[in-house]
Design a protein around this ligand. Structure first.
Ligand code: ADP
Length: 230
């Protein structure tokens, strides 16, 4: 679950990126976070992952109050999140299998657990390629499936996807959002940052729209409200 309560963020150079943002995302919810370039979407993501701290207001992620929390607890909070990026961020030298297994090793999983879990998540994300291949030998859509498998492998309660379809063609983009929808139906909370209106409008999902650091609408069923400000 995410709670942002009257959150402000000013960067060191004085840029006011967020000017009083409040919203909640309950466990099991699916939402798109939309807004034009520079509106503050990445700032929200970085606040949720603990990469940066709010200037004012409260940010609570899966029970961790990030403003109050000791830094040493940060890894525990991060383990409740799986993050997916536009540029996939896979390790090029490692195979598909190793890219996913690596995330489990990082949290101390046993080889036995890894051997059981990695094939399961690769199947879950619908990856139909030899897991011995390297990321460069895969299409963009396939690479994003691997990145989603890696984000899921430690069973986070929430997936945050930052422009996950930014490097994909429309058909592949739709498949990736459908996959994230399926993952949500299996119980994981999903927040997707995107500015792709056509894609968002294919789903009747919650859309949180921001502009110039402020929340301008929050409702279900398409990007329509966001359209009004363009
Ligand atoms: P979006 O992800 O919607 O494109 P951002 O959250 O990246 O928006 O940016 C919001 C505002 O904050 C913009 O005006 C941007 O220039 C500014 N900004 C983002 N990161 C920094 C930073 N590290 N230092 C100063 N200003 C920043």
């Amino acid at each position: 679950m995410v709670q942002m309560i009257d959150v402000y963020k000013a960067y060191d150079n004085g840029t006011k990126a967020l000017k009083g943002i409040s919203f909640e995302l309950d466990d099991g919810e699916f939402a798109f976070l939309v807004g034009p370039s520079g509106s503050g979407k990445s700032t929200i993501i970085k606040l949720l992952t603990g990469e940066i701290a709010a200037t004012e207001g409260r940010v609570v992620v899966n029970g961790f109050d990030l403003g109050q929390m000791k830094m040493r607890k940060m890894p525990r909070m991060r383990r409740t999140l799986g993050v997916v990026f536009q540029d996939f961020r896979l390790i090029e030298k490692k195979t598909v299998y190793e890219n996913v297994a690596f995330a489990m090793r990082a949290v101390g999983a046993s080889n036995r657990e890894i051997r059981k879990r990695v094939p399961y998540v690769l199947e879950l994300v619908g990856l139909n390629v030899d897991p011995k291949r390297k990321p460069q030998e895969l299409s963009g859509g396939e690479q994003q499936r691997v990145a989603i498998a890696r984000a899921l492998v430690n069973n986070p309660s929430m997936i945050i996807a930052d422009e996950p379809t930014g490097n994909l063609d429309p058909a592949r983009s739709l498949e990736i959002i459908l996959l994230l929808q399926k993952i949500n139906e299996l119980g994981t909370t999903v927040l997707i940052v995107t500015h792709e209106k056509d894609l968002v409008d294919q789903f009747s999902k919650r859309v949180i729209a921001i502009d110039q650091g402020r929340l301008i609408s929050d409702g279900t069923g398409g990007y329509y409200t966001y359209e009004n400000i363009q």
